[in-house]
Design a protein around this ligand. Structure first.
Ligand SMILES: NC(=O)c1ccc[n+]([C@@H]2O[C@H](COP(=O)([O-])OP(=O)(O)OC[C@H]3O[C@@H](n4cnc5c(N)ncnc54)[C@H](O)[C@@H]3O)[C@@H](O)[C@H]2O)c1
Ligand SMILES: CC(C)[C@H](C(=O)O)[C@@H](O)C(=O)O
Ligand SMILES: [Mg+2]
Length: 344
């Protein structure tokens, strides 16, 4: 049976970078004898246009029936005032597939150091493990009235425990350090995270656990990012810190992510949005999507060999300065993708 991949192409630059990712997947698969079947389903803004729903039931069914989901960014001004927004579909798919742990890597390899906006820079390699299906994104009550509004941040012990185990297990395969990022000097939920994570940590004596308040952590990501190995944090803090962490690599347009739960499928997507400001110009950075394909091959299909091939090709293209304008280059999405394929 071929490996099954569901493709959700996204809005604005979504389809532009998805095309790049799929071209790289096709090329590396031919070279490395990887068989797959890719099925494109409606999702996000264009699904609202087609059938009034950002996440139709048949898309959920198809995702559940596949090994991996490749998703490209959705949303944008076209639907900002619509009764249903594409972003609702994104939150709903994470819940429908129970993708409670979102892994967002930050890597600055020696080849990438020239693109970092930081003046003082060493190689950096850490991951953010972001809780993805709870917290203030999903808590109720959530209300907007004429003179006040209300959101709710709620976490259960089980929700904190399961995502913490993902973080500790990742650290065991990395540099054995977990930093819990929270606001436990103020928030009850953060105090509770510390209690639960301290308990989980006892099962991983080979991993060192330390703590950072989120305001200080956001400063350290700029001042000394090399100190981090695995950052474990709740949903909203993880959203904010991962965009910040992406930018120290030179561009938000390079960073992939992987969202996992207890079972298949695992979902892979760039961490950035649909970049309406540059859509249609052919200049979107395809690395975030190509790196998502690389992550998928390594983690869902046990093809570290193909992932390494993609990684080396991207490094070569970066070293040759064949990059898009967000990284200061003069090349378009297609030229960068062609160069990656040539180097596979
Ligand atoms: N996973 C998702 O689908 C996802 C994630 C974040 C935001 N969004 C949605 O995307 C829309 C736009 O959001 P935004 O503008 O705040 O954030 P954004 O991430 O789309 O863009 C922020 C900045 O980064 C740049 N950028 C992002 N990706 C790039 C790439 N691959 N190459 C070059 N430059 C890139 C953009 O041009 C822009 O200047 C909103 O509707 C938002 O809700 C979707
Ligand atoms: C679009 C939005 C709902 C989403 C989030 O906040 O999770 C995005 O910012 C992300 O980082 O994937
Ligand atoms: Mg975000």
């Amino acid at each position: 049976m071929p490996n099954k991949i569901t493709v959700l192409t996204g809005d604005y630059i979504g389809p532009e970078i998805m095309a790049a990712g799929l071209r790289v997947l096709e090329a590396v698969s031919k070279a490395g004898h990887f068989e797959y079947e890719a099925t494109t389903m409606p999702f996000g803004g264009h699904a609202i246009d087609e059938c009034g729903e950002p996440l139709p039931q048949r898309t959920i069914d198809e995702c559940k029936n596949s090994d991996a989901v490749l998703l490209s960014a959705i949303g944008g001004p076209k639907w900002d005032a619509a009764p249903k927004r594409p972003e609702q579909g994104l939150l709903a798919i994470r819940q429908a597939l129970n993708l409670f742990a979102n892994i967002r890597p930050t890597e600055i390899s020696p080849a990438m150091m020239q693109y970092s906006p930081l003046k003082k820079i060493e190689p950096v390699n850490f991951v953010i493990v972001r809780e993805l299906t709870s917290g203030i994104y999903f808590g109720t009550p959530r209300e907007q009235h004429a003179d006040y509004a209300l959101d709710t941040m709620r976490y259960t012990k089980a929700e904190i425990e399961r995502v913490s185990r993902v973080a500790f297990q990742m650290a065991q395969h990395r540099n054995h350090r977990v930093t819990l990022v929270d606001k436990s000097n103020v928030l009850a939920t953060s105090k509770f995270w510390r209690v639960v994570v301290d308990e989980v940590a006892k099962d991983y004596p080979d991993v060192e656990l330390n703590y950072s308040y989120v305001d200080a952590a956001s400063m350290k990501i700029i001042s000394s990012p090399e100190q981090f190995d695995v950052i474990l944090t709740e949903n909203l803090f993880g959203d904010i810190l991962s965009d910040e962490a992406a930018q120290i690599t030179g561009s938000l347009g390079t960073i992939p992510s992987m969202s996992t739960g207890d079972q298949k499928p695992v979902l892979y997507e760039p961490i950035h949005g649909s970049a309406p400001d540059i859509a249609g110009q052919g200049i979107a950075n395809p690395f975030s999507m190509i790196n998502s394909v690389k992550m998928m091959l390594a983690h869902s299909f046990d093809r570290a060999d193909l992932a390494e091939r993609i990684g080396k090709a991207v490094d070569q293209v970066v070293a040759d300065n064949i990059v898009t304008p967000d990284l200061g280059g003069k090349y378009g999405t297609k030229e960068v993708t062609d160069a990656v394929i040539k180097n596979l």
